[in-house]
Ligand binder design. Structure first.
Ligand code: GDP
Length: 427
């Protein structure tokens, strides 16, 4: 029975929510391994439209166990709000679990995220200010608070007061802001602990058991590979591993357990926030994509930067993740284009390069080298098989297969579940 990782292959927002929701129908478990409430998935299904930040998109399928792994950082207020919102709309939350080892976002993380970002001035990273970066810093700095700590109040209070000693020195000394208060945070988080207690458990053992029982497990990534802390466009990246390999450490899973790794690519590129994006279109074509596709962030509502498909960073992403296939979303958006460009190389300081340079500043200097393909100019949202797609759309997909070095597995031609062409089954 397969274990399949599905991860973002670009700068996030590739449409993973729809894909996970679609695949969840076929699996026993959906397990999320990284990120926090900075990730926003939009799922449109027969129950309505939902924006999820923390709860895995598998939640809409009765019988599917949903897991938030230790690699995720959890803002308990956001999670409780999301659970209440889902329950209020008739979605049962009865097979949902949180790793006791998952770190929590605390009020001082939100505060420090804002203060740090403001102090960066023009060099701002463009964080979503959800406290994600500071929470991961505390995890690595070994002063983090974990979900399991909420169940052991004495430990929690002790760890919290240790953390606050350090945080308040920074908040008052460096940023001249008001200190945060121990009792207030302690009481608030104890309340969260009571609400979340039924969900908190050793999820790594649940995953192990599912694998031992040959269950089908879907490993859900957050954000995208080009935002990965190591292989993204550093420093304009998120604070964690977004790549498929992150599922090992973010859930407690051996590397030999993966059967397939699928990367989700949008048929063009988008990016939210700062950082290099070689194929960004600052002209009316970019504006046309943004308006036609309503490219605005699910978490922040920020307009997304839009551009042509970048085959250079795409191939890089496919190689560092080891994709066995790719999932292409939003192909229908390109139906309005008379012709479509694909970036196959960059010009960097007069040289042609086919791999992205290591530094963000060099990537900023890269000029895309484009290949132009004819558009298909027809509605493809009714396509259900590869052969239903117009020949020019098929040629576009085949060119991406060549550039990425792996075959297309699923092609999404609309936001609804059924608006999907499955070329190769993942489960
Ligand atoms: P995610 O975080 O990767 O899930 O990305 P978003 O939340 O930004 O989702 C992308 C948006 O695109 C959502 O509103 C989806 O419903 C929608 N969507 C997903 N796949 C397709 C598709 O193939 N075509 C169109 N038109 N919309 C899609």
């Amino acid at each position: 029975m397969p274990t399949v990782a599905v991860v973002g292959a670009q700068w996030g927002d590739e449409g993973k929510g729809k894909i996970i929701d679609l695949l969840a129908e076929k699996v026993d478990m959906v397990a999320r391994f990284s990120g926090g409430s900075n990730a926003g998935h939009t799922v449109v299904n027969p129950q309505g439209e939902f924006k999820l930040h923390l709860v895995p998109s598998g939640v809409f399928h009765p019988g599917v166990t949903c897991v938030i792994g230790n690699g995720v950082v959890i803002d308990p207020a956001v999670l409780i709000g999301e659970i209440d919102g889902l329950r209020g709309r008739g979605v049962a939350i009865d097979r949902f679990f949180i790793s006791d080892r998952a770190h929590l976002i605390m009020p001082y993380h939100l505060l420090l995220d804002r203060l740090e970002e403001e102090s960066r001035g023009k060099g701002a990273i463009g964080t979503t200010r959800r406290g994600i970066g500071p929470a991961y810093m505390d995890k690595v700095g070994r002063i983090g608070i974990r979900a399991g700590d909420l169940l052991e109040r004495d430990t929690f209070r002790e760890r919290l007061s240790q953390a606050l000693e350090q945080k308040n020195r920074i908040i008052t000394g460096l940023y001249k802001a008001e200190p945060v208060k121990l009792d207030q945070i302690y009481d608030e988080y104890c309340r969260y602990g009571e609400l979340l207690a039924p969900f908190i458990t050793a999820t790594e053992l649940m995953v192990a058991e599912a694998l031992e029982q040959n269950k089908k497990v879907l490993l859900e990534g957050a954000q995208g590979t080009l935002l990965d802390i190591d292989f993204g466009t550093y420093p304009f990246v998120t604070s964690t591993t977004t790549m498929a390999g992150g599922a090992c450490g973010g859930l407690g899973l051996g590397p030999l357990k993966f059967d397939r790794v699928a990367g989700v690519f949008k048929a063009y590129c988008t990016r939210v926030g700062s950082g290099p994006m070689p194929t960004e279109l600052l002209d009316e074509t970019g504006e046309l994509i943004r308006e036609h596709a309503n490219e605005r962030g699910a978490t922040t509502g920020r307009p997304r930067r839009c551009g042509w498909f970048d085959g250079v960073v795409g191939r890089y992403s496919a190689r560092v993740n080891g994709f066995s296939s790719f999932i292409l979303t939003r192909l229908d958006i390109l139906s309005i284009m008379p012709s479509i460009k694909v970036c196959t190389a960059y010009k960097l300081d007069g040289e042609t390069v086919v791999d992205p340079p290591y530094s963000a500043s060099a990537l900023e200097r890269c000029e895309p080298v484009y290949e132009e393909l004819p558009g298909w100019n027809s509605d493809i949202t009714g396509a259900r098989r590869f052969d239903d797609l117009p020949e020019k759309a098929r040629s576009y997909v085949k060119r991406l297969e060549e550039l990425l070095g792996c075959p297309a597995g699923i092609i999404s031609v609309g936001e609804r579940r059924e608006q999907t062409v499955v070329v190769r089954e993942l489960f």
